[in-house]
Design a protein around this ligand. Structure first.
Ligand code: PLP
Length: 371
C-alpha cells in the first residue's frame, strides 16, 4: 500500500497533535481512576473532568453545567433531535425544520421522525450553499418546535448565518440546534447564540469517539449510571475529555493565525484548479471555511481521481458515499443544484494546522496528471 505523505482530508478527520497526546497520556497511564468513585485516585479523575468541562465551557461561551461529553458528533446530533422529538410529542408541535444538506447524523434521525408522523421541512441551500433567513421565516408554522441548521457544511465548507437563524427562532419560542462539527476551531462559534450545539473532537486534533453536546438539561439518550447528572450515562473517558479540552484551547488560540496562513493556500487552490478546463467550484467563495475547497471535474469519476492521487501518496475525498455497493452522488452537491455528472466527479480538499505549502504544491502538481 502507498504511504500517504500529503494528507488533505482534514474534514474527514485530523491527526492527534503532540500537545493533545501529551495532555491525554497521564490519564491513560497512572490516572486511570473512575471519576465516580470516592478514593484519591478517582477524585483526581473527577477534578480533571471538571477542569476540562470548565475550560470547554469558557471557550464555547456557555455554562459548565451545559457541557455534556458524548461519543462525538453523531451522538450529539441524535441527542438534540430525539430530545426535541420527545418534547414535541408532549406539546403536539411536531413540525421540524432543517436543511437539505445536513450531515447524515441529522438527516437520518429526521427521516426516522418523518416515518413516525413528524412533519419535516428541508430548507433549500441554493447554488452558493447558504441558507436564507427569509426561507426559515417563511417555513415556520404555529406547530414548529425545532430547527437544526449546521454552522458550516462538511463537504463544501460554506458558512451559515447561524446567529441570525437562531434569533428568528428565539423570537418565536422555537428551539434552535446547530451542528458545529466542521465550524469549531475554524471560525468563531458561541454556544450562547443557540439552544443546542454539537461538536466532535476528531475534527480538531483530538481523538475519535469524543464530542460535546451543549444544551440545558438535554433529554437522556443513554440511561444507566448517574454520570453527567444522569443526562448522559456511562463512565467518562477522562483521557479523551482532557484531550478534547486541550484541542479546543489550542484551536481557539491558533485560529486567527491558522486562518491567515490557510486563506492564501485555499485561494491559490481555487485559482489554479479553476484553470483546468471544465473544473467548477462547488459552493460560494466568500462564505467559506479557509480550510475547504470542493471542485467538480465533469467527465472524471471521483473514485478514479482519488485512487490515482492515492498512488502518489495524496489523500483527498470525493463527494460520493458508498451505499450498499452503489456509488450515490453526494446529497450536498445535489442540494446545491449540481448535475449527476458534477456530483459524481467532485473532490474535496480540506486542510488543517498541519497542512504546509509543500502539500499544496504536491497536490497541484499531481492533480492534472490524474485527470
Ligand atoms: N456532523 C458533521 C457536519 C460532520 O462532518 C460529522 C463527521 O464527519 C459528524 C456530524 C459526525 O461526527 P462524528 O464522526 O464525531 O460522529
Amino acid at each position: 500500500m502507498t504511504e500517504t505523505t500529503v494528507y488533505l482530508d482534514n474534514a474527514a478527520t485530523t491527526r492527534v497533535t503532540d500537545n493533545v497526546l501529551s495532555a491525554m497520556l497521564p490519564w491513560l497511564k497512572e490516572g486511570y481512576g473512575n471519576a465516580s468513585a470516592l478514593y484519591s485516585l478517582a477524585r483526581k479523575s473527577a477534578i480533571a473532568l471538571n477542569k476540562a468541562r470548565a475550560l470547554c465551557a469558557e471557550i464555547l461561551g456557555c455554562e459548565s453545567r451545559n457541557v455534556y461529553f458524548t461519543s462525538g458528533g453523531t451522538e450529539s446530533d441524535n441527542t438534540a433531535i430525539f430530545g426535541a422529538a420527545q418534547a414535541a410529542r408532549l406539546s403536539g408541535r411536531r413540525h421540524f425544520i432543517t436543511t437539505a444538506f445536513e450531515h447524515h447524523a441529522v438527516l437520518e434521525p429526521m427521516k426516522r421522525l418523518a416515518s413516525e408522523g413528524f412533519d419535516i421541512t428541508y430548507l433549500p441551500v441554493y447554488d452558493d450553499g447558504v441558507v436564507r433567513p427569509s426561507d426559515l421565516e417563511a417555513a415556520i408554522r404555529p406547530e414548529t418546535s425545532f430547527v437544526s441548521v449546521m454552522s458550516a457544511n462538511n463537504e463544501i465548507g460554506t458558512i451559515q448565518p447561524v446567529s441570525e437563524l437562531a434569533g428568528i427562532c428565539r423570537e418565536r419560542g422555537i428551539v434552535f440546534h446547530t451542528d458545529a462539527v466542521q465550524a469549531v476551531g475554524n471560525i468563531p462559534v458561541s454556544a450562547s447564540d443557540v439552544d443546542m450545539l454539537s461538536l466532535s473532537g476528531h475534527k480538531l486534533h483530538a481523538p475519535k469517539g469524543i464530542g460535546i453536546f451543549c444544551a440545558k438539561d438535554p433529554y437522556p439518550m443513554l440511561l444507566g449510571g448517574s454520570q453527567q447528572g444522569g443526562r448522559r450515562a456511562g463512565t467518562e473517558n477522562i483521557a479523551a475529555i482532557v484531550g478534547l479540552a486541550e484541542a479546543l484551547r489550542a484551536s481557539a488560540e491558533n485560529m486567527d493565525a491558522k486562518n491567515a496562513r490557510l486563506l492564501p493556500l485555499r485561494d491559490r487552490l481555487i485559482s489554479e484548479i479553476s484553470r483546468i478546463p471544465g473544473a467548477k467550484l462547488n459552493g460560494c467563495r466568500e462564505r467559506r471555511l479557509a480550510c475547504n475547497v470542493n471542485f467538480s471535474f465533469p467527465g472524471h469519476e471521483s473514485e478514479t481521481m482519488i485512487l490515482k492521487l492515492d498512488l502518489k501518496g495524496i489523500a483527498v475525498s470525493g463527494g460520493s458515499a458508498c451505499a450498499s455497493g452503489s456509488l450515490e452522488p453526494s446529497h450536498v452537491l445535489s442540494a446545491i443544484g449540481c448535475s449527476y455528472d458534477e456530483a459524481r466527479s467532485s473532490l474535496r480538499i480540506s486542510m488543517s494546522d498541519l497542512t504546509s505549502e509543500a502539500d499544496i504544491d504536491a497536490f497541484l502538481k499531481a492533480l492534472p496528471e490524474c485527470l
